[in-house]
Design a protein around this ligand. Structure first.
Ligand SMILES: N[C@@H](CCC(=O)N[C@@H](CS)C(=O)NCC(=O)O)C(=O)O
Length: 325
């Protein structure tokens, strides 16, 4: 991977900027943090057709945003481009740029330089782009999904609320456990460059999965009876686990398939209307092996069938919270 330094593309080893002398991987915070607002006078007002998402099928952070785009009925409101599979030296490459198809491909770092000719930092997916002002709004997935959850409700009439006020404390509690222990924990395992850093990270991954398993054997969803943002943030890592992290990131103590509750929970979320269309297991597998195997050799398995019955109906559930009752 690589990054921009003062608007120039500089090539380095995968995650080089984020691996410390102690061999631990520490994720750098996303730098672009503006917000789309329902207020027409805001700097980035919610409007149909104005914003574009740059994503990659392999990426769990980008997948949060494509899941919310579907969950909130934003397919005709926010356009999306998928990067070509693999992450070459030029970073993420798309078939098209902001002005249409580009012969030979369009590297995402060009978009960052258009946003800021002196940009310094990583070029990551997801990136949310304002086509009108030709500026990046935000490149932090946890914030992009919060915007999608509410900012466009006046445009779409969709009142589903994945971050309801009354459940916020519980959602944050789970996010606070699942981000370090699972979402980022698998990367800390996979990118660790010492045995000690790997041991510490991988143990935390399985401790987190054990905690989730125990809870989900008694509750339909993380925050109880309602499906929330916390579930979707967990989902994009769980669905990548057996085909990606288990092999390519050495998280191989157990598979999600070995956890009875997580296995059914993952299937219920995968089978949620529209969600399967945002998951491509073969591209996920390809992406993680491409990244972690120096010869880019992709493992044959496992082959997962997430369409089998989830059997979660035995636990009480009320679906998604609706804003305004
Ligand atoms: N905190 C960011 C992380 C995004 C991220 O790290 N995306 C990865 C792909 S999974 C990326 O684009 N990496 C490119 C790089 O590190 O150069 C978010 O949640 O949006």
């Amino acid at each position: 991977m690589a990054q921009l330094v003062d608007g120039k593309w500089v090539d380095t080893l995968p995650a080089a900027e984020e691996i410390g002398a102690d061999g631990r991987f520490r994720r750098i915070d996303s730098p672009l943090r503006e917000w789309i607002s329902p207020d027409p006078a805001a700097s980035f007002p919610a409007e149909a057709g104005r914003y574009h998402l740059w994503v990659a099928a392999v990426c769990p952070w980008a997948a949060r945003t494509t899941a919310f785009r579907v969950l909130k009925g934003l397919e005709d409101v926010i356009t999306v481009s998928f990067a070509r599979p693999g992450l070459p030296k030029e970073g993420w490459i798309f078939d098209e740029g902001p002005d249409g198809p580009v012969e030979g491909g369009y590297p995402l770092h060009r978009l960052y330089v258009e946003h800021d000719p002196n940009f310094t930092g990583k070029v990551t997916v997801p990136t949310l782009w304002d086509k009108k002002q030709r500026r990046i709004v935000n490149n932090e997935s946890s914030e992009i999904i919060r915007m999608l959850n509410s900012a466009f409700d006046g445009v779409t009439g969709n009142r589903l609320d994945f971050y309801p006020e009354v459940l916020r404390a519980e959602i944050e509690r789970w996010n606070g456990l699942i981000y370090p222990g699972l979402n980022n924990g698998v990367y800390r395992s996979g990118f660790a460059s010492t045995q000690a850093a790997y041991d510490e990270a991988v143990r935390e991954v399985f401790a987190t999965l054990d905690t989730m398993e125990e809870h989900l054997s008694r509750h339909r969803y993380l925050a109880g009876e309602f499906l929330t943002e916390a579930d979707w943030r967990a989902f994009t890592s769980l669905v990548r686990f057996d085909v990606g992290y288990h092999g390519a990131f050495k998280c191989n103590l157990r598979r999600i398939e070995d956890y009875p509750a997580l296995r059914g929970y993952l299937r219920e979320l995968y089978q949620w209307p529209g969600i399967a269309s945002t998951v491509d297991l073969e591209l996920i597998k390809f992406g993680y092996w491409f990244l972690s195997d120096r010869n880019h050799i992709v493992a044959i398995g496992p082959r997962l069938d997430l369409t089998t019955p989830h059997e979660r109906g035995r636990l009480p559930g009320q679906g998604v919270w609706k804003r305004g009752g």
